[in-house]
Design a protein. Structure first.
Ligand SMILES: C[S@@+](CC[C@H](N)C(=O)[O-])C[C@H]1O[C@@H](n2cnc3c(N)ncnc32)[C@H](O)[C@@H]1O
Length: 303
């Protein structure tokens, strides 16, 4: 598919599906996150890792592919910057972001691989879960843009998933066992509730889960995704100063399958977080989601 076509498809997806609010009050996109209370603290702390690399204070923080700034932790990235310059290919994303940031935000519908700003004006840059929507050559161009826009001595913090995580592959057996146990438990729960509904028909709620107000499952098709691996990144950015650290080492699928409050889920995640803190490079390269710290290159400074 041509690059322009890819981008149009991605924009249509986010305008029509990804940033539409569902009946539970969350964006459709939030269904790709684990929003259960058992994982909340771990997920929040992982979100906050971005903050430790941003150089503050500053004038402009560029958020490349900002979406609507959907999680409260995302608001903290803009602290001590005068403005948060949100760039996104989706118009709806920008409209929604304005609801959260108001006058602190500047909103530009544009492509992160080709941004309409002059060089060297950005004091900090974040980009989360966006570059994987671009073909690899365009991802490379986006990094060039980050380099061009950053001011001397400043950094970008980029979060994306690897195509394949060695760690997740190693633990796939556990995920499979837990998924099949989970499927058995929910099927037996369903049977029990159907049985009690037959035995006590009056107790069945009129508009409850099986009634006419049951939320309808929308058919959602995803959009273009091109992930990558640490080798590609290191090769392509060989001339840049980058560090690959951990953002979050486990996938959402793994969290949902394995982490449960009755199985000491909070404790397990606290231990995992401690390990990630101790070995950030190992978990960054081998886990599911790396956090890339990208330093403005010297050569760009000299142009
Ligand atoms: C998965 S969402 C992530 C949004 C936000 N960063 C977050 O973490 O919640 C990906 C976002 O990237 C935007 N996007 C995808 N391709 C883009 C491109 N080429 N230029 C600008 N934005 C793009 C999408 O419109 C969408 O808002």
């Amino acid at each position: 598919m041509a690059d322009d076509q890819v981008k149009q498809d991605v924009r249509r997806f986010y305008d029509q599906i990804g940033w539409q609010t569902e009946s539970d009050g969350f964006y459709q996109n939030a269904r790709y996150e684990d929003l259960r209370p058992v994982s909340a603290s771990y997920i929040y702390k992982c979100h906050m890792r971005v903050n430790r690399h941003l150089i503050r204070p500053g004038h402009f923080l560029l958020d490349a592919g900002s979406g609507p700034i959907q999680y409260p932790a995302y608001l903290t990235y803009g602290e001590e910057f005068a403005y948060r310059l949100c760039v996104d290919i989706s118009f709806l994303a920008m409209k929604e972001a304005r609801k959260r940031l108001g006058n602190k935000g500047l909103y530009v519908v544009a492509d992160v691989a080709n941004m309409p700003f002059i060089s060297g004006v950005i004091d900090g840059l974040v980009s989360l879960h966006t570059l994987h929507h671009l073909p690899l050559a365009e991802q490379r161009k986006a990094y060039n843009e980050f380099d061009r826009l950053l001011a001397h001595g400043k950094v970008a913090v980029i979060v994306n998933g690897w195509t394949e995580s060695r760690l997740m592959k190693r633990w796939a057996w556990l995920q499979r066992i837990m998924e099949s146990a989970g499927a058995k438990i929910s099927s037996s729960r369903r049977k029990n509730s159907e049985r009690s509904a037959e035995e006590f028909p009056k107790s069945k709620p009129e508009n409850g889960p099986s009634g006419k107000n049951k939320p309808q499952d929308k058919k959602v098709t995803g959009t273009f995704i091109e992930k990558l691996d640490a080798q590609w990144l290191r090769r392509e950015l060989a001339e840049n100063d980058i560090q690959i650290l951990v953002w979050r080492s486990v996938s959402v699928r793994f969290l949902r399958a394995v982490i449960h409050s009755v199985l000491a889920g909070k404790l397990l995640l606290a231990l995992l977080y401690m390990l990630e803190e101790k070995y950030p490079s190992y978990f960054g390269v081998n886990g599911q989601y790396p956090l890339v710290v990208f330093h403005k290159s010297e050569s760009m400074d000299n142009r």
